[in-house]
Design a protein around this ligand. Structure first.
Ligand SMILES: *[C@@H]1O[C@H](CO)[C@@H](O)[C@H](O)[C@H]1NC(C)=O
Ligand SMILES: *[C@@H]1O[C@H](CO)[C@@H](O)[C@H](O)[C@H]1NC(C)=O
Ligand SMILES: *[C@@H]1O[C@H](CO)[C@@H](O)[C@H](O)[C@H]1NC(C)=O
Ligand SMILES: *[C@@H]1O[C@H](CO)[C@@H](O)[C@H](O)[C@H]1NC(C)=O
Ligand SMILES: *[C@@H]1O[C@H](CO)[C@@H](O)[C@H](O)[C@H]1NC(C)=O
Ligand SMILES: *[C@@H]1O[C@H](CO)[C@@H](O)[C@H](O)[C@H]1NC(C)=O
Length: 316
């Protein structure tokens, strides 16, 4: 209780001190029934979204499989969306400097992208784990502008759970499960796209059963840490499933559940603060409502939340 109070107090101070210099806002994706909307999201309060780009007659199915990514350097947003009421999917890149659609490329019927991740570089490498229906994950690199495949640096069996790039150490991680068990395995690649290590990561500080759902990996540039959400089954007092904010500690081969704080609804999308705060923002869908959670990434503390009046499906 007192912890929550301290947390709220810290959030208020952070908001008050940062509102003048750098706004805590980011880029978001939502649907309006006939179009995909892209615009600005305010993370400091429950403010209306600011619509910037309309992708006419398209639908965004949601970011559970990480089918969108944002390059904070070039401000290019790449997403997968389908023509409304059809299964024709496209890769689409939007330039968020000029708020224009710069590229749109159809995706073949049996091709699926999971765990899209930008490397944040100015030349904009796009990691695009791809499946073609043969049970393998192909580690493709896409050109964010032409959306053409530049190359494939690895392939292996599995089902993608998330992917993240660490721009300081220039390391890329992909996490996946094998059909035969729910343990999460992760591969680490260096900037020459060489596999450095592959490990199974076990959970510490919790003995709940992990559910092999997408884990929403994000990198926070202030704390220089990678965090994620693990969906786990708590047996007491009654069986219930919720998301636990977790430190991704590849070095020590663990997902570290620092706090027992948890979120009951569905984690729709998660973003790191890019204005020097050690915060992460998460959209949760619960009981027909979208809410934004603010989490202290260092202590995994859920600081505050507010109701969103836009059904945000992806945030950056
Ligand atoms: C969606 O947005 C378009 C304009 O971008 C508007 O014409 C249309 O009425 C909106 N649809 C709904 C259901 O709000
Ligand atoms: C976000 O909200 C803050 C605090 O109310 C406000 O100062 C700022 O102008 C808003 N930014 C945007 C982009 O709406
Ligand atoms: C898509 O399907 C909905 C529900 O069936 C329908 O109301 C709408 O008119 C359809 N839109 C298009 C563009 O076909
Ligand atoms: C992309 O840019 C980064 C620095 O931003 C550089 O290290 C890397 O070699 C470049 N890659 C290519 C393929 O040009
Ligand atoms: C990546 O790993 C490969 C294989 O170990 C090595 O040859 C290469 O120099 C490494 N690249 C970087 C940038 O560390
Ligand atoms: C992770 O758990 C597996 C199965 O319980 C065990 O074999 C393995 O040694 C553990 N790994 C670490 C790093 O503790």
């Amino acid at each position: 209780m007192s912890k929550l109070f301290v947390g709220l107090f810290i959030t208020l101070c952070i908001c008050a001190s940062s509102s003048s210099a750098s706004d805590t806002y980011g880029v978001g994706i939502w649907n309006n029934g006939t179009n995909v909307n892209v615009g600005l999201v305010n993370y400091s309060r429950a403010a209306p979204t600011i619509l910037k780009v309309v992708i006419q007659q398209f639908n965004f199915i949601g970011d559970a499989s990480q089918i969108s990514t944002y390059n904070y350097n070039t401000k290019q947003l790449t997403l997968v969306a389908n023509i409304i009421n059809t299964s024709q999917f496209f890769l689409i890149t939007i330039d968020c400097n000029t708020w224009t659609i710069v590229s749109k490329s159809p995706i073949s019927q049996n091709v699926n992208y999971y765990g899209l991740e930008s490397d944040y570089s100015t030349n904009g490498t796009l990691f695009a784990p791809t499946t073609y229906g043969d049970g393998l994950i192909y580690m493709n690199i896409l050109d964010p502008l032409s959306l053409a495949v530049r190359g494939t640096f690895d392939y292996f069996p599995g089902s993608v759970k998330g992917s993240v790039y660490d721009p300081v150490n220039q390391l890329y991680y992909i996490c996946y499960t094998l059909a035969t068990n729910a343990n999460i395995r992760c591969r680490q690649y260096n900037s020459s796209y060489s596999l450095v290590q592959e490990k199974q990561l076990n959970v510490t500080n919790s003995n709940f059963q992990v559910i092999a759902s997408p884990i929403s990996l994000i990198y926070n540039p202030t704390t220089k840490t990678i965090t994620c959400y693990l969906q786990m089954m708590n047996q007491y007092p009654t069986p219930s499933i919720s998301y636990y904010f977790t430190l991704f500690d590849f070095e020590n081969s663990v997902f570290n559940v620092i706090q027992q704080n948890h979120i009951y609804g569905t984690i729709v999308s998660t973003a790191s603060d890019m204005n020097g705060l050690r915060l992460s923002y998460s959209v949760e869908y619960f009981n027909g409502q979208y809410q934004l959670w603010v989490v202290d990434t260092r202590f995994s503390t859920l600081l505050t939340r507010f109701a969103l009046n836009t059904a945000l499906l992806s945030i950056f």
